[in-house]
Write a protein that binds this ligand. Structure first.
Ligand code: SAM
Length: 272
């Protein structure tokens, strides 16, 4: 994950691949002509929280993530009550929660579990084994401070203006209409360099890049504004062809290893 300047409304999750460092550039695409914000690869949704749009649709393939957003939106006090019971930054507690099946928990316990594991796992990575069990090791270091109740309350208020979709990005893009701003930040595709299976067993593939490219063309045809960010790579070349783009340098940890912290180029493609 990448750190960035202090934010007015920081996201309450850490997320591998978060675009926090790109926020100054990304925020400039939201203008008065946009009525609704759509993000089909939401992750920690740092751009959504920074923009505070009047209406939004947030989607992601990760069911635990989407369920957590719903809980923080509708039942924040129950989630906070669960979080207050758990000792912070505690390896034994982390392992206990990680080995507890979310299905055996109430919705608010489940959201608290997700947030706790996210805050203290290695580098904000979400990765499951083939049985769908979260298996990222405890880190406890460089995790930042645990969000305060005020940060959760602010995020909860901003989430009031959002609806959520669990599923593939196409399910979200079908909802887009002119007047929306669609921000797409897909995972690295498996053919991209230095791939790390950090999101979900159903990894993003080169076929998904082609589907995304097809959707960018459809959105452009319908005059729906979009922005795509993607690490400079062969896949970025496929996505940017024929569209306006800019290349921005960002400092990030490749696969979470500090020793591999480096400057990488991010391509930002937009039709607005
Ligand atoms: C690079 S992260 C997004 C990071 C986000 N911009 C942020 O600020 O934290 C990509 C996200 O896409 C999700 N994802 C992966 N495949 C997907 C798919 N086919 N449809 C929708 N979401 C998907 C992952 O679960 C992950 O949260």
């Amino acid at each position: 994950m990448t750190q960035g300047p202090p934010l007015v409304c920081p996201p309450f999750l850490r997320w591998a691949g978060s675009k926090r460092r790109l926020l100054p550039v990304l925020q400039s695409f939201w203008t008065a002509k946009h009525k609704r914000y759509i993000e089909p690869f939401a992750g920690s949704a740092c751009l959504f929280f920074a923009l505070n749009p009047p209406k939004a649709v947030l989607g992601d393939l990760n069911p635990e993530l989407v369920a957590t957003y719903r809980e923080v939106k509708y039942r924040l006090s129950a989630v906070l009550a669960e979080l207050h019971k758990i000792p912070k930054n505690d390896a034994a507690e982390y392992k206990r929660l990680r080995s507890t099946a979310p299905k055996e928990m109430s919705a608010s316990e489940r959201a608290a579990r997700f947030i706790y594991l996210n805050r203290y796992c290695f580098n904000g990575i979400y990765r499951t084994n083939l049985l769908g069990q979260f298996n990222v090791p405890f880190s406890g270091q460089r995790c930042g401070s645990f969000p305060t109740d005020q940060v959760f309350a602010q995020c909860s208020r901003r989430l009031r203006d959002a609806t959520f979709v669990h599923g593939d990005f196409e399910k979200v893009l079908e909802k887009a209409v002119p007047g929306d701003l669609v921000y797409m930040d897909p995972p690295f595709a498996v053919r991209a360099r230095r791939v790390f299976r950090q999101y979900h067993p159903s990894t993003f593939t080169h076929e998904d890049i082609k589907r995304l490219r097809g959707w960018m063309e459809q959105l452009a045809k319908k005059r729906i504004a979009f922005v795509v960010s993607y690490a400079e790579s062969d896949e970025a070349d496929v996505l940017k062809q024929g569209f306006d783009y800019q290349t921005v340098s960002v400092r990030r940890n490749i696969a979470g290893f500090v020793a591999s912290r480096t400057l990488t180029n991010e391509v930002i493609i937009a039709n607005c």
